[in-house]
Design a protein around this ligand. Structure first.
Ligand code: AP5
Length: 214
C-alpha cells in the first residue's frame, strides 16, 4: 500500500508518518528529511539545497524526483508513505510514472486539513530529538522534564529547524498554496483523495487516518 500525506507545513505529516512506520512497517519517504541530509553532506548540491530551504522555497523537481527514484528502488517495507512529496504537478506525474515502472500503484492520498493560524503556532513551537527524529511541540507534546526522549530513551539535544521561523514559514505557505495545493484537485479528479481533519489532537488524527486505510 503506497500513500501520500498531503498538507501544508506543520499539518502533521511527519508525526503521522512516524506512527504508520511503527504500527504498519511502512517506509517513510520524506523529501524534507532527504534534503536536510544532503544539506549536511557538504557537497555542492547540498550547499545549493541549503540556501533554497532556508528561504522556504521549493528545491527543483529534478533533484527531489532523483532522490525519490533512488529510495523507491532501494528501500523495502509494507508500502511507502510519501511525506512532503509530490509538491508540484510535475512531481505528481513523475511519481505515477515511477510507481508504474515498478509495477506498483498509489492507494490513497490523505489530505490533512488545517488552518494557517494553527500552522504558525505548531511550527514555531516544534523541536526534534537529534538522536531519533521524534517530533515534539512546546504546547501539545512538550519535551519530557528529564530531557529523555520518549521514543529512543536517550538524553540527546532537542533541535529547532533553521526554516522554522516566521519569515521562512510565510514563504513555505505561499509555495504550498501556489504550487502544491493544485494537487488537491488533481488527486480528487483521479478519485484518490481522502480528507482528514488535521486540527484534531494527534491521536484523533491517527484514528481518522487508520479509518481511511482500513
Ligand atoms: P519538509 O521537511 O517536508 O517540511 P514541510 O512540508 O514544511 O512540513 P513540516 O515537516 O514542517 O511539517 P509536518 O506536516 O511534517 O508537521 P509535523 O508532523 O512536524 O520540507 C522542508 C523544505 O524542504 C521545503 O520548504 C522545501 O524547501 C524542501 N522540500 C521538501 N520536499 C520538497 C519537494 N517535494 N519539492 C521541493 N522542495 C522540497 O508537525 C508540526 C508540529 O505540530 C510538531 O511540533 C508536532 O508535534 C505538532 N503537531 C502535529 N500534529 C498535531 C496535532 N494534530 N495537534 C497539535 N499539534 C500537532
Amino acid at each position: 500500500m503506497n500513500i501520500i500525506l498531503l498538507g501544508p507545513p506543520g499539518a502533521g505529516k511527519g508525526t503521522q508518518a512516524r506512527h504508520l512506520v511503527e504500527t504498519r512497517g511502512m517506509v517513510q519517504l520524506s523529501t524534507g528529511d532527504m534534503l536536510r541530509e544532503a544539506k549536511n553532506s557538504g557537497t555542492e548540491m547540498g550547499n545549493r539545497v541549503a540556501e533554497v530551504m532556508a528561504k522556504g522555497q521549493l528545491v527543483t523537481d529534478e533533484i527531489v524526483i532523483g532522490l525519490i527514484e533512488e529510495k523507491l528502488t532501494t528501500e523495502k517495507g509494507a508500502g511507502f508513505i510519501f511525506d512532503g512529496f509530490p509538491r508540484t504537478l510535475a512531481q505528481a506525474d513523475a511519481l505515477a510514472a515511477l510507481l508504474s515502472k515498478l509495477g506498483q500503484s498509489l492507494h490513497t492520498v490523505i489530505e490533512m486539513r488545517v488552518d494557517d493560524d494553527a500552522l504558525v503556532d505548531r511550527i514555531t513551537a516544534r523541536s526534534t530529538c537529534s538522536g531519533c527524529g521524534e517530533v515534539y511541540n512546546d504546547h501539545t507534546k512538550p519535551i519530557p522534564a528529564d530531557g529523555r526522549c520518549t521514543n529512543c530513551g536517550e538524553q540527546k539535544e532537542f533541535t529547532r529547524r533553521a526554516d522554522d521561523n516566521e519569515d521562512s514559514l510565510r514563504t513555505r505557505l505561499m509555495e504550498y498554496y501556489k504550487k502544491t495545493s493544485p494537487l488537491i484537485g488533481y488527486y480528487y479528479a483521479k478519485g484518490d483523495l481522502r480528507p482528514v481533519n488535521g486540527l484534531a489532537d494527534i491521536k484523533e488524527v491517527t484514528a481518522s487516518i487508520e479509518a481511511v486505510l482500513g
